[in-house]
Design a protein around this ligand. Structure first.
Ligand code: UD1
Length: 422
């Protein structure tokens, strides 16, 4: 397994191009299942999660062609061979469940494995299942698989979500495009990736109103056609690289960055004393003087502070002046990076969903282990600020969500290299 070695203390200078959003692409790719005609995605990110989604779609008979080194993905579902999403692929990535809605909508049936260790009725698929049942689907759990059918097709319905789940909103949005009649999703997620999906579906011929608000209305149509759609900027990659100069010092311009994608995050950066400016090409962040200030952060659904930037923010607050309190409200057990940061000299106490970070003067390099995608990048960022060498092992998590991290950070002056493992 590869590891990444970071030597701290070098200020950064330059531009980083932000890629298309992983989480948008993972919802846009299954949208191809709704149409016989091709869907072309431009500005696609080059990540192992995209390869996993490609593998899943190919297993259903979808043709997936990667052009321009993977930046363009052409998908065609004209000759599908299966409506079963196998455990061997689904267990690798939770977003595999996004084939459920489109398969039900166009093929009136789907068999989708639950990710390991999950039970229907409880987390993590109950919101998807209840919503699709409201649209007339019959769904049963057998041998770890959801067996879903919609005889005669899905029907438009009022679909209130008990929680504004991103994945459930995406599944219902896709399913409703081909349902008979009108679907109204209440308490819908408002994330930019939902807006991006709605824009793509509209390009394919869907009739959708209200994306980006809590109520989305979809008027079902008979069929969807071909479309070309550019994947929205990855706001999590953006936020991550915006933090890099706060750790290392210097100045970085994130090309493609947009304030509307990271509003609540930028508010916290300002409160911490970090300067963010809009440029013609994106967002620029600089830190020339002293330590950042402590700030309290609570993760929330969009437009609140994103859970996917919590680990990176915690790493930054480890050396801020004062005490910060971080509350994780979206996922349980999402502080696995805390003990690794403590190995680097941080002072963090975790009680349930609350972490209290007492700022220390500096972190020290150490061997640490990546436990999940965002945790792994938070350790790399911490390494940029730490004295000496930090070796982050198990970086396969990182490759799920960040393309060429060592090249992007290396190009702005970071001392970082990947060591190939066995
Ligand atoms: C998406 C993102 C992920 C991000 C998350 C929250 C993708 C591919 N992934 O994940 O990076 O961290 O949004 O912003 O877009 N839940 C249930 N029952 C359900 C569905 C969800 O209890 O049926 C719970 C989950 O366990 C979790 C919370 O709701 O605690 C949020 O989940 P959800 O919004 O669905 O996140 P994902 O779509 O899985």
């Amino acid at each position: 397994m590869d590891s990444i070695v970071v030597k701290g203390g070098t200020p950064l200078k330059g531009k980083i191009q932000i890629a298309g959003a992983k989480n948008a692409a993972l919802a846009l790719m299954p949208a191809t299942l709704l149409s016989e005609e091709p869907l072309t995605l431009t500005n696609a990110p080059r990540l192992s999660d995209i390869k996993t989604m490609t593998e899943l779609l190919r297993s259903l008979g979808v043709e997936v062609t990667a052009l321009q080194d993977g930046k363009v993905q052409v998908l065609s579902s004209h000759a599908m061979t299966s409506t079963t999403a196998d455990y061997d692929i689904v267990r690798k990535m939770r977003a595999s469940n996004l084939v459920l809605g489109p398969l039900l909508a166009r093929h009136h049936q789907a068999v989708v494995s639950l990710p390991g260790g999950c039970a229907i009725g409880a987390r993590p698929m109950d919101i998807h299942v209840t919503a699709l049942e409201a649209m007339g689907a019959e769904i049963e759990l057998k041998d770890g698989y959801l067996h879903a059918t919609a005889k005669g097709g899905l029907k438009g319905a009022k679909v209130p979500l008990r929680f504004a789940s991103v994945g459930a909103t995406e599944n219902v949005l896709m399913a409703a495009t081909l349902a008979k009649g009108t679907t109204v999703i209440e308490n819908a997620a408002r994330e930019p990736e939902i807006v991006d999906l709605a824009e793509c579906l509209r390009r394919m011929g869907a009739q959708i109103d209200g994306e980006g608000t809590s109520t989305i209305t979809i008027q079902g149509v008979d069929r969807l056609g071909a479309a070309t759609h550019p994947v929205v900027t990855d706001r999590i990659e953006l936020g991550t690289y915006m933090l890099a100069p706060v750790f290392a010092g210097g100045e970085v311009e994130c090309v493609g960055g947009r304030l509307d994608l990271v509003g609540s995050f930028v508010e916290k950066l300002h409160a911490a004393g970090v300067e963010v400016t809009e440029t013609a090409d994106g967002l620029k962040v600089s830190r020339s003087n002293g330590r950042a200030r402590a700030v309290d952060v609570t993760t929330e659904v969009f437009p609140g502070f994103p859970t996917d930037l919590q680990a990176q923010m915690m790493a930054m607050l480890c050396t801020a002046e004062g005490t910060s309190v971080l509350e994780e409200k979206i996922f349980e057990n999402r502080f696995m990076h805390a003990p690794e940061l403590v190995r680097m000299g941080a002072d963090i106490e975790v009680h349930g969903g609350t972490a209290t970070v007492h700022g220390v003067d500096r972190l020290k390099g150490a061997p640490v282990m990546a436990t999940d995608l965002r945790a792994s990048v938070s350790l790399i960022l911490a390494g940029l600020a730490a004295e000496g060498e930090t070796v982050v092992s198990r970086v396969y998590h990182l490759d799920r969500g960040y393309e060429h991290v060592e090249e992007k950070l290396g190009a702005v002056g970071a001392q970082i290299e990947r060591i190939a493992g066995s």
